[in-house]
Design a protein around this ligand. Structure first.
Ligand code: GH3
Ligand code: MG
Ligand code: MG
Ligand code: MG
Length: 294
């Protein structure tokens, strides 16, 4: 019994310091990182702002937010691509409490105070489920060819960054498109084309939110960065791309990219920001390619 050793970040909420002490006393020796709260509002705030928390164990009898409400709020986090396993505790284990807790978004229910064997087994279940969820989320967000964010995840992350940075600061976007990419495919074949896409993607990766938006088109969102900095960054990338040599054919292949740059403006949306970068990219193409337009 037991299997592999797991260590998770766990939050426990109960009005009783004794119960908190008993439960954390079972968990800490097993290597779990435990944070305890007697105030459920403080607990929710902590969980919301701490992505490493994987398990929330809450008594149903907590204040000022009830245990059931806490379950609902935690479920909303989970729907926002955040694996979080919720276990409710109650001293009066009866069918009504159990059904209510599960209907409110809890994943599991234990009697208070829990015994060690039972708690550890339930946490192994929590580990199995949240590990699988994390892997599914990663797969759903990743472009398999390049390992970059796919279009949907890129837009989602950028939208979140816009909510944070855009409204009280600055944010810029860069669209990147490989020039005459069809020629590479036609002359050297699809595999070399794929290698070119991968090589370009590798050079884009280190800064900001980076995604593959389509075939040979990429997006970069730079939170807190004004237009001039994005222009300078795109200018450096243009030179990097021009200096790339793609292997796969008899002689290494060269390519160039065009860049469209835009800046967040007040009341903007991520769609608006990307749209303006796309218009700039179109101008870069029609202006002769291998250039940055903003
Ligand atoms: P432009 O300079 O105007 O951007 O010309 P282009 O040839 O790059 O333009 P276009 O966007 O029309 O061509 C993109 C091509 O990319 C078309 C499609 O066959 C190819 N493509 C799309 N996805 C992939 C992929 O995953 N791998 C490879 N090898 N080719 C792809
Ligand atoms: Mg095109
Ligand atoms: Mg192209
Ligand atoms: Mg294209």
């Amino acid at each position: 019994m037991g299997g592999r050793r797991i260590a998770m970040h766990i939050v426990i909420v109960d009005t009783s310091r004794v119960v908190l002490k008993i439960v954390s006393g079972l968990l800490e020796p097993r290597g779990h990182t435990v944070h305890v709260f007697t105030d459920s509002a403080e607990a929710l705030d902590y969980v919301t702002n701490t992505p490493s928390v994987r398990v929330l164990i809450t008594s149903l009898e907590v204040r000022p937010i009830s245990g059931l409400e806490l379950c609902w709020s935690a479920r909303l986090l989970a729907e926002a691509n955040r694996p979080l396993y919720v276990i409710t505790m109650s001293s009066a284990r009866n069918a009504r409490n159990l059904a209510e807790a599960l209907d409110s978004g809890a994943d599991d229910f234990i009697e208070k105070p829990p015994g060690g064997e039972e708690l550890h087994a339930r946490l192994r279940a929590a580990d199995r489920l949240t590990t699988m969820q994390s892997e599914l989320i990663r797969l759903a967000e990743t472009d398999p060819l390049t390992g970059l964010l796919n279009r949907r995840a890129f837009l989602q992350r950028s939208r979140e960054a816009g909510d944070r940075a855009g409204n009280h600061g600055r944010m810029s976007a860069i669209l990147v498109d490989i020039d005459h990419f069809k020629r590479i495919n036609d002359e050297y074949g699809h595999d070399v084309g794929d290698a070119a896409i991968q090589a370009v993607a590798r050079e884009l990766a280190p800064e900001g939110i980076v995604g593959r938006l389509g075939g040979e088109e990429f997006g970069i969102v730079l939170p807190y960065r004004p237009l001039v900095e994005a222009e300078a960054f795109a200018g450096r990338l243009r030179l990097v791309m021009q200096a790339l040599r793609i292997r796969g054919a008899k002689t290494p292949i060269r390519l160039t990219c065009s860049f469209g740059v835009s800046e967040w403006s007040e009341g903007d949306t991520i769609e608006g920001l990307i749209k303006r970068a796309d218009i700039a990219l179109y101008e870069a193409k029609s202006g002769g390619r291998n250039r940055v337009v903003s």
